[in-house]
Design a protein around this ligand. Structure first.
Ligand SMILES: [Zn+2]
Length: 96
């Protein structure tokens, strides 16, 4: 090891006791609307890509009684919406 590095390292060193952590903790906005599918623990918030389906749509894919309904709609998270869409894509791809 050469001594030349000593100078450089001094600059990088930060006393660990001085860590700023008081009010800077980043609070990520948690989901507010839980996914309606009972086997799923995702969130159906709009900012998380959630959607709402009709009860019939939900029954088609997940079956009756496996989801909760809000105002006649079933709120689903992004992942569940994708799953539903996959299940119902006969509109778009039956031509092939
Ligand atoms: Zn879900």
């Amino acid at each position: 090891m050469s001594r030349r590095t000593n100078r450089v390292q001094r600059k990088v060193r930060v006393p660990s006791s001085k860590r700023k952590k008081a009010n800077t903790t980043k609070v990520e906005k948690p989901g507010e609307i839980p996914c309606g599918i009972s086997s799923c623990d995702g969130f159906a918030d709009k900012h998380k890509g959630g959607r709402s389906l009709s009860q019939e749509n939900a029954i088609d894919t997940w079956g009756e009684g496996t989801f909760s309904v809000r105002k006649n709609r079933v709120r689903v998270c992004k992942g569940c919406y994708k799953a539903w869409k996959k299940d119902n894509k006969d509109d778009t791809s039956s031509h092939y």
